[in-house]
Design a protein around this ligand. Structure first.
Ligand SMILES: NC(=O)c1ccc[n+]([C@@H]2O[C@H](COP(=O)([O-])OP(=O)(O)OC[C@H]3O[C@@H](n4cnc5c(N)ncnc54)[C@H](OP(=O)(O)O)[C@@H]3O)[C@@H](O)[C@H]2O)c1
Length: 345
């Protein structure tokens, strides 16, 4: 028996990606997608890749009862409406930052405070690679930020293998595509302004630092660049461990963490053009790629991590977590590769 699912914020970029995934998912039937701006219009009129899908947008003030509600709304909306969401569905999966962090004080420090901090304790972080054991049966799930997800996936094996303890210096530089800014965009996202750029948009103080610190237990020096691609987040992590680490040690660490993970691939200096992780190699898919090199002269490790921000970095991660929470096959609805060759993703 399929479960009914709805997408609040279905006209946005991640909402469209959720609709793409859920409409092909063997365990879900999408029964509602909301949009205030496109109320009454077909989903395909906003998301051309979904032309033919028999579904029209409806207003979010009139939510159907469903089994699972996915919220793909801007920061602040879900925390204001969580009671309505929970009345409408047994399981709520939120893609915003509203329920990612566990402490109200973190929202005071990094965001504009929180209106229902009592929910923070019960929400579960969606990323199965770090929180799989707590997802089964969860009724409020918070998908991670895309830049944080790329960084956490890149660095986690170093903690699992005790190569990092949390005291070392780590510098992370993330390059991210324009879809991260959402469908609304703005001057910075308009084509003439965005085209061709490598723009440091968050040199310091990016909010995703809070998530990385919470889930890795490490304070990272974190900078994000907006670059000229549509999809993708690529994290380059410069790590300065206390003792010597060989490439064999790194292969051991990353294999230990990821060889059984259905969506993680290790790419570390083979041959050919794609020798290290690149967003282009995972575009449109839920795969994450990690790779690494050793720089003994500088006592440095360099770790690369690439995801599609709209898949592993949001909608794909949300569906993966829902699969785990509801006891479905983990890869259900997500078991496909990206495209190759393809233009700038
Ligand atoms: N884009 C990414 O790569 C990415 C990655 C990770 C996480 N996220 C997070 O995912 C969420 C959605 O991001 P997005 O990029 O998909 O944004 P988006 O393209 O701007 O879409 C936002 C959606 O929310 C709806 N909406 C806005 N205000 C609303 C309200 N008050 N009540 C109900 N619906 C409302 C919008 O439709 P109407 O205004 O027509 O109702 C639209 O459908 C954000 O919290 C974002 O931080 C995004």
């Amino acid at each position: 028996m399929t479960l009914e699912a709805s997408v609040v914020g279905g006209s946005g970029f991640t909402g469209g990606e959720l609709l793409r995934l859920l409409s092909g998912h063997p365990e879900f039937a999408v029964t509602q997608a909301t949009s205030r701006s496109y109320d009454g219009k077909t989903v395909g009129s906003v998301h051309p890749n979904l032309r033919g899908l028999d579904l029209r947008f409806s207003d979010p003030t009139d939510l159907d009862s469903v089994d699972v509600l996915f919220a793909a709304t801007p920061h602040g909306v879900s925390m204001e409406q969580i009671d309505e969401f929970e009345d409408a569905a047994d399981t709520v999966v939120d893609l915003s930052a509203d329920f990612r962090l566990s402490q109200e004080s973190q929202y005071d420090e990094w965001y504009d405070g929180h209106v229902c901090p009592e929910y923070l304790e019960k929400s579960e972080y969606a990323l199965p690679e770090i929180n799989r054991e707590n997802l089964p049966g969860a009724d409020l799930i918070a998908a991670g930020g895309c830049n944080a997800t790329a960084t956490i996936l890149g660095l986690k094996p170093l903690f699992d293998a005790d190569i990092l303890s949390g005291d070392e210096q780590v510098v992370v530089d993330v390059k991210v595509g324009s879809s991260e800014g959402g469908a609304g965009g703005g001057e910075a996202s308009s084509h003439p302004e965005r085209s061709g750029i490598v723009r440091p948009y968050a040199p310091t103080g990016h909010r995703h630092e809070a998530e990385i610190e919470e889930f890795l237990g490490l304070s990272v020096s974190f900078t994000v660049h907006a670059v000229d691609m549509t999809r993708g987040a690529a994290a380059t992590c410069h790590v300065f461990p206390d003792g010597p680490v060989s490439k064999g040690d790194l292969w051991g660490a990353y294999r230990e963490s990821y060889e059984d993970e259905p969506f993680m691939r290790m790419v570390a200096g083979g041959s050919g053009v794609y020798r290290y992780p690149e967003p282009k190699a995972v575009a449109g898919s839920n795969f994450g790629e990690v790779g690494f090199e050793v720089d003994p002269g500088n006592k440095r490790l360099v770790v690369f991590s690439a995801i599609d921000n709209m898949m592993k970095g949001s909608a794909g991660q949300a569906v993966h977590a829902a699969n785990v929470a509801l006891g479905f096959e983990e890869t259900a609805g997500l078991d496909f590769a990206g495209l190759h060759p393809v233009g700038a993703p």
